[in-house]
Write a protein that binds this ligand. Structure first.
Ligand code: 13P
Length: 254
């Protein structure tokens, strides 16, 4: 089956009010209509409401980079999933490697966020990926499949197919300029899809979008998207400039 490509920009802790407003205006020139890929933007939390408002009426998905699963509580500085939904965002990234490795989120923390987001009707981009050490110890499959199972096991298949995107982001490729080769990406994407077929059924596996992330640029997106199991990308640095992100989106036109 053909899956509609999904290209998303994770702005991390970059950009500001003015540059985000300009970016949102520039999206009117992005491909739309027949054959156009799905596009997602994940601004810093303080800009979520105005990004969602600026893009309301467009098909662009606006989401948070993380959020806590509890509805309320003494979590100074944090934002709840329900607040993400309240300001008009419809998606959330969960388990990004920076959340796992810089902020110490465990597989159980990730799962609590997946459950809370899905319960609120938010779409989830679940990130998985091995560190360089793990790859060198030949543990890539073990780590990625452990993170995948921890994030999704037992969740109803229809919900996974409808509301979950998996992003394979090898940690050693994030922000390093060192992209996984198409062969390396395809190998892990195929493993992820095969595991989804085992855990959630062939149909769910066939429908689930698996994005690649890690030093995606206008110059390497086409060869990555040419891999049969690479359905899109989660882009950091190259999503900060509208022209560069537009070139990446253009590569996803069917
Ligand atoms: P870079 O594209 O900057 O490597 O970041 C990838 C990423 O972490 C997206 O979530």
């Amino acid at each position: 089956m053909t899956r509609r490509a999904y290209l998303a920009g994770n702005w991390k802790m970059h950009l500001d009010r003015g540059s985000i407003a300009e970016f949102c205006e520039a999206t009117s020139a992005f491909p739309s209509g027949e054959g156009a890929p799905r596009v997602g933007l994940f601004p810093p939390a303080v800009y979520l409401a105005e990004t969602a408002a600026a893009l309301r009426g467009s098909e662009i998905v606006v989401g948070a980079q993380t959020a806590r699963p509890e509805d309320h509580g003494a979590f100074t500085g944090e934002v709840a999933m329900r607040m993400v939904r309240d300001v008009g965002a419809t998606a959330v990234i969960v388990g990004h490697s920076e959340r796992r490795h810089v902020f110490g989120e465990t597989d159980a923390d990730v799962r609590a966020r997946v459950d809370a987001a899905l319960a609120l009707g938010l779409e989830v981009v679940l990130c998985v990926g091995e560190t360089l050490d793990e790859r060198e110890r030949d543990e890539t499959a073990t780590v990625v499949l452990r993170q995948l199972d921890a994030g999704l096991s037992g969740i109803d298949g229809a919900t996974v197919a409808e509301a979950v995107t998996v992003a394979y982001e090898p940690v050693w490729a994030i922000g390093t300029g060192r992209t996984a080769s198409p062969g390396q990406a395809q190998e892990v994407h195929a493993l992820v899809r095969a595991r989804l077929a085992e855990t959630h059924g062939e149909d769910v596996a066939a429908h689930t979008i698996i994005q690649y992330g890690g030093s995606v640029k206008p110059g390497n997106i086409a060869e990555l998207l040419a891999c049969p199991d690479v359905d899109g990308a989660l882009v950091g640095g190259a999503s900060l400039d509208p022209a560069s992100f537009a070139a990446i989106v253009a590569a996803g036109v069917a």
